[in-house]
Ligand binder design. Structure first.
Ligand code: ADP
Ligand code: MG
Length: 314
């Protein structure tokens, strides 16, 4: 079942359609990246889901319920929302910030403390060190993690993120993306993430919706967008350089491994992407590597030739 159903939704300001007849079904437990140029309607789609912006026409259902049948306040408390620059309350401690929604929902003090500590640990922030700090005492990357922790505090089924990593420098941004993927896998939440960065959309999205002038031009897997672009604008966004490498970056070694162990000095992790395997083979001057899981068990092998085939236009 879809966690979020967007059916023929438009948002008009006067005669201008900021969002123009958008339909999307978002599967539970997936990350959907909304990508497009500035002003294409991405934030408006997100803000209609939690009723920060009213829909003009069409319907949105979350978890099978029409959002219009719920009060905006209850709806917002049932979904996490993260915006660029994290929006933390500056005069409240990290713990108080994270506790915001559980407090509104009148959880017990004990349940709140437990949840705050659990989240701080999930984001690698030692509660003893960070719980009582104020936001300005943290680095940008740490503030951003607290912003996501706060959005997850009441265990929402849906997390809406509007350019959450936009203010971070590239290295911290990459780390934040990796952390988000790990957290998403751990808690199985459904995420809708707005970004203007196609690379970020590729790194995070199980599905990508390419938006332009209020319309969704293509809604598909990263591979769909890359290999079967539905519109010249999609090609323009992905770029035509290094398409093979972008494709290889979407495939994990464990999903392409041949169950045959080879006599090679090189063993690489199953979670590595084919792009990473290619880079390592090239660097080591090896034609093949064995692939092992995190327990060290060898699953099989990958050869250069197999990787070259995986990166071919299809
Ligand atoms: P994006 O997030 O993709 O940059 P937005 O969803 O914020 O785009 O905005 C889409 C379009 O709607 C833009 O042209 C923007 O100027 C317009 N828009 C957004 N909010 C309003 C508003 N309150 N009144 C009029 N136009 C608006
Ligand atoms: Mg926006």
């Amino acid at each position: 079942m879809s966690m979020i159903s967007i059916r023929q939704v438009s948002k008009c300001y006067g005669t201008f359609a900021a969002v123009d007849d958008v339909s999307m079904e978002i599967e539970q437990g997936t990350i959907t990246a909304l990508v497009g140029t500035s002003g294409s309607g991405k934030s408006t789609v997100l803000r209609m889901i939690n009723r920060l912006t009213d829909i003009s026409t069409g319907t949105i259902e979350v978890n099978g319920r029409d959002i219009m049948s719920q009060s905006p306040t209850a709806l917002r408390r049932s979904m996490g929302y993260v915006i660029q620059g994290n929006g933390l309350f500056p005069h409240r401690t990290v713990a108080q910030n994270i506790a915001t929604v559980p407090q509104l929902l009148q959880w017990s003090t004990q349940a709140i403390t437990q949840r705050v500590n659990e989240l701080l640990e999930l984001f690698n922030l030692d509660p003893a060190v960070y719980a009582h700090k104020l936001p300005h005492q943290l680095s940008g990357g740490q503030q951003q993690r607290v912003g996501v922790a706060r959005a997850l505090a009441a265990k929402p089924q849906v997390l809406l993120m509007d350019e959450p990593f936009g203010a971070l420098d590239p290295v911290i941004r990459h780390k934040a993306q990796v952390d988000l993927l790990a957290v998403q896998q751990q808690c199985g939440i459904t995420i809708m993430l707005v970004t203007h960065d196609m690379e970020e959309a590729f790194a995070l999205g199980h599905k990508i919706a390419v938006m332009h002038a209020g319309k969704v031009l293509q809604y598909g897997t990263p591979e769909d967008i890359l290999v079967r672009p539905a519109h010249p604008f999609c090609t323009q966004l992905t770029g035509t350089t290094e398409r093979s490498l972008k494709l290889l970056a979407l495939i994990k070694a464990q999903d392409y491994v041949t169950p045959q162990t080879l006599n090679t000095p090189l063993t690489l992790p199953a979670e590595a992407t084919l792009r990473e395997v290619l880079a390592e083979l090239t660097w080591q001057g090896q034609p093949a590597a064995n692939i092992a899981n995190s327990a060290g068990q060898v699953l099989g092998s990958l050869t250069l030739q197999q990787i070259l085939r995986a990166g071919q236009a299809r």
